[in-house]
Ligand binder design. Structure first.
Ligand SMILES: *Cc1c(COP(=O)(O)O)cnc(C)c1O
Length: 226
């Protein structure tokens, strides 16, 4: 067995062992570190969900696989997205995890309409209040919610966060738990249960995220460990 195959099996096993609802969890293979030779190996492990953080790169990779008729791959955009790059991904992207301001949401909405589709998005929340992190402060989010919710060509289906980079497991757990609470609160007050997804957990902390209810884990480095 190759190390990639083994690592992917381990991740899938961890989902079963740590998640509170393993059947709801989707593992996104973050492929921003690798080229198509390695991505082919991941596809051979029956993984069909790729995450990337650069618009032009994800577009190129999408086009390559699409031209090979591998059109059952889901492409997720996971990083900071600049408005002027939305046009590269609007025709095919499955989910944008990182909506962090109204102007970005408006651009996605506009490009979705041009492509005659609706685009699923997550709202990225900055829970720990770290200045270095992208993502909405809660107050700003509440201020912009009416306008966000009025956009007809985006579907807001959940929330995303990145935990602080630390060994403090309790702190990380609190951040993930808080995201879940915010989702519940938003569902109750505004979204009527429409928010179903919690994108949280990366190589360092996905087990903690699974325990706190992650439905989407974004794992990269762990796949490529030797
Ligand atoms: C790179 C990246 C990941 C994956 O992180 P790993 O530590 O490689 O598992 C997850 N989410 C985002 C937003 C990223 O940019």
């Amino acid at each position: 067995m190759s190390s990639i195959e083994k690592n992917i099996e381990d991740i899938q096993e961890d989902i079963k062992n740590y998640s509170i609802y393993p059947e709801k969890v989707k593992f996104i293979a973050v492929t921003k570190y690798v080229q198509s030779d390695v991505m082919d190996e991941i596809l051979n492990c029956n993984v069909r969900v790729f995450g990337e953080n650069k618009a032009q790169v994800i577009k190129e990779k999408y086009e390559k696989y699409n031209s090979e008729n591998k059109d059952d791959i889901e492409w997720h955009f996971i990083g900071n997205l600049q408005k002027n790059k939305v046009k590269y991904i609007a025709s095919f992207i499955k989910l944008i995890h990182s909506v962090n301001k109204l102007s970005l949401a408006q651009e996605i909405d506009k490009r979705a309409l041009q492509n005659n589709r609706k685009i699923d998005v997550l709202l990225e929340i900055n829970i720990a209040g770290e200045e270095s992190k992208e993502g909405y402060d809660l107050e700003d989010l509440y201020g912009e919610l009416p306008e966000l919710m009025a956009l007809n060509n985006i579907n807001i289906i959940g929330l995303m966060t990145m935990a602080p980079f630390t060994d403090d497991k309790e702190l990380v757990t609190r951040v993930f738990r808080r995201l879940r609470e915010i989702k519940d609160e938003l569902n109750e007050r505004y979204f009527k249960g429409q928010l179903t997804e919690l994108s949280m957990g990366m190589t360092n902390d996905y087990k903690l995220a699974l325990k706190e209810g992650a439905t989407l884990i974004r794992v990269g480095r762990k796949i490529y460990e030797k």
